[in-house]
Design a protein around this ligand. Structure first.
Ligand SMILES: *[C@@H]1O[C@H](CO)[C@@H](O)[C@H](O)[C@H]1NC(C)=O
Ligand SMILES: *[C@@H]1O[C@H](CO)[C@@H](O)[C@H](O)[C@H]1NC(C)=O
Ligand SMILES: *[C@@H]1O[C@H](CO)[C@@H](O)[C@H](O)[C@H]1NC(C)=O
Ligand SMILES: *[C@@H]1O[C@H](CO)[C@@H](O)[C@H](O)[C@H]1NC(C)=O
Ligand SMILES: *[C@@H]1O[C@H](CO)[C@@H](O)[C@H](O)[C@H]1NC(C)=O
Length: 208
């Protein structure tokens, strides 16, 4: 190769490198589009709150039932739910904990979960929140009731199995009417979609 041809071949090398990099990025993007699984979707479809009494000694007596649907929208992923812990909060204070039985979820499948929080728990609310509690009791609808799902799952992508990981905590922020004999339209529970981070990433990995 003569020295005079050098700049041209230099151009060619550049061209080739650019093309290769471009094709690589394009193929990565297509691969990502095809194989990135959609997040699992959670909805609270119904609630039944029959008791929610806060006594003067800061003890909350509660009886809350929730129906939750869990939908795996992916056609090539099986999800194995290995730990399902539900935590109930009122005004950012946790008052109820329970675990549900592990289950497997097939492709494009919806699983129906039922849970009941019942008992009493000492919770220390701020004076402002106690005032809100009293107002909400008067109206018969409680705000800032949150049910979290703390999960540990395994998954199978096509034939590839992925070990246990913890998806971001699923947060269901609810507005829950107390069940009373009086049924008004404004006091009917509305189906609520829960907030989730990207489901198929471990929450610790995502944070770090
Ligand atoms: C939840 O689902 C069950 C079964 O379909 C139903 O009987 C119940 O009324 C629903 N609601 C609550 C709050 O449990
Ligand atoms: C809670 O309040 C309801 C209605 O005000 C009442 O019927 C029930 O006895 C109370 N329960 C407790 C444990 O205070
Ligand atoms: C608060 O009062 C209830 C009855 O009203 C009682 O069952 C509970 O043990 C009390 N809790 C504390 C921490 O004293
Ligand atoms: C959902 O899962 C069940 C049990 O694994 C299975 O019988 C059913 O065919 C699945 N439904 C769909 C739509 O894949
Ligand atoms: C459900 O939605 C309706 C219409 O937006 C509203 O009037 C009602 O108060 C809601 N119910 C609750 C419990 O928030």
């Amino acid at each position: 190769m003569s020295r005079y041809r050098c700049p041209c071949s230099f151009c060619c090398i550049y061209c080739t490198i650019y093309t290769i990099v471009f094709l690589f990025i394009l193929s990565m993007f297509i691969f990502w589009l095809i194989f990135t699984p959609s997040s699992v979707k959670f909805h609270v479809t119904d609630t039944s709150l029959t008791q929610f009494n806060l006594t003067s000694n800061n003890t909350l007596f509660y009886n809350l039932k929730v129906n939750i649907t869990v939908r795996n929208p992916n056609k090539d992923i099986v999800v194995y739910y290995r730990r399902i812990t539900l935590i109930a909060w009122y005004k950012k204070r946790a008052f109820g904990w329970l675990s549900l039985a592990p289950f497997d979820q097939g492709r494009k499948n919806t699983t129906f979960l039922q849970a009941q929080f019942q008992g009493h728990q000492a919770i220390k609310l701020k004076p402002r929140h106690i005032a809100e509690y009293n107002e909400e009791t008067r109206q018969g609808i409680y705000n800032n009731l949150v049910v979290d799902l703390d999960l540990a799952v395994k998954a199978k992508y096509g034939r590839i199995k992925v070990g246990r990981f913890e998806p971001p905590v699923v947060q269901c922020r609810l507005r829950v009417p107390l069940v009373t004999s009086v049924k008004s339209a404004a006091a009917l529970f509305n189906v609520t979609r829960c907030k989730t981070g990207y489901f198929f990433v471990d929450r610790n990995q995502e944070a770090g």
